[in-house]
Ligand binder design. Structure first.
Ligand code: ADP
Ligand code: MG
Length: 253
């Protein structure tokens, strides 16, 4: 099994503050990898490192076998140029807590935007594909709506469709349902579950333990910038080994 993401001793500091203190983990291709942990433990920072939004200070981080941020020639590393980073980032879709849709564009236009602007896909083709993606997230009838005319759950589903429009090989979800009213959480998790069934490789930072248990293939509990515990979600959630995991779960379950 090839690893889609591999982290070896990943460190990240902001000034004097060390946020990631040596992360080792592996995400297999096709798996749903759930990341849980208290606020401030470094979950978002780790996702941002994978997505080239932050540079790591030490260790190695690979996506689909390629070093993130560097090209290796012999035993020397060369920093990637901005254009090379941009190319790599196309392969990774990211969905945030806040949906960040373009407010002055319709749902359909939001989904078409990156393929047209970044990939140079013809508008007609991009429009057709965007329509299919909106259908996939259950929003065919909202294609012409602006974000302000959509519920939070609908906006988040548009954001997922928008990420999928670039045909990513990896999807990163950073607490995608945390900003939603409780009654809207299910519709977003349903779309994510469907994506998982279709074989998408996903890293999901979430507080939705039901989703982690039912859909997750692996689960990692992070605290204070380290991986405290990792394993099968059902085992970790039912029978956590570490006191810190137990304490965290007793607060969220
Ligand atoms: P989590 O997503 O688990 O809540 P984060 O990765 O957002 O944690 O943050 C981990 C720590 O890193 C926090 O203490 C946060 O204040 C700090 N941090 C995150 N981004 C920055 C930044 N750009 N500059 C300085 N500190 C940061
Ligand atoms: Mg976060």
């Amino acid at each position: 099994m090839t690893a889609m993401v591999k982290a070896e001793g990943v460190h990240k500091s902001f000034g004097q503050v060390e946020v990631l203190k040596g992360i080792d983990l592996e995400v297999a291709t096709g798996e749903v990898f759930c990341l849980i942990g208290p606020s401030g433990s470094g979950k978002s920072t780790f996702l941002r490192c994978i997505n080239h939004l932050e540079k790591i200070n030490a260790g190695r981080l690979y996506v689909d076998g390629d070093l993130v941020g560097y090209r290796q020639k012999g035993d020397r590393l060369y920093e990637l140029k901005d254009a090379e980073v941009a190319l790599k980032r196309r392969d990774i879709g990211m969905v945030f807590q806040r949906f960040n849709l373009f407010p002055h564009k319709t749902a359909l236009e939001n989904v078409m935007e990156a393929p047209v602007q970044v990939r140079g896909v013809a508008k007609a083709a991009a429009r057709e594909r965007a329509g299919q993606l909106l259908e996939r997230v259950g929003l065919s009838d909202k294609a012409g709506n602006y974000p302000s005319q959509l519920s939070g759950g609908q906006q988040q589903r548009v954001a997922i469709a928008r990420a999928l429009a670039m045909d990513p090989k990896l999807m990163l979800f950073d607490e995608p349902t945390s900003a939603l009213d409780p009654e809207l959480v299910g519709e977003v998790l349903d779309v994510m579950r469907q994506l998982a069934e279709e074989g998408m490789t996903m890293i999901v930072v979430t507080h939705e333990m039901g989703f982690a248990r039912e859909v997750g293939d692996s689960l990692v509990f992070m605290d204070g910038g380290v991986v405290v515990e990792a394993g099968d979600p059902r085992e970790v959630l039912t029978d956590p080994r570490h006191e810190r995991t137990q304490s965290f779960l007793s607060k969220v379950l």
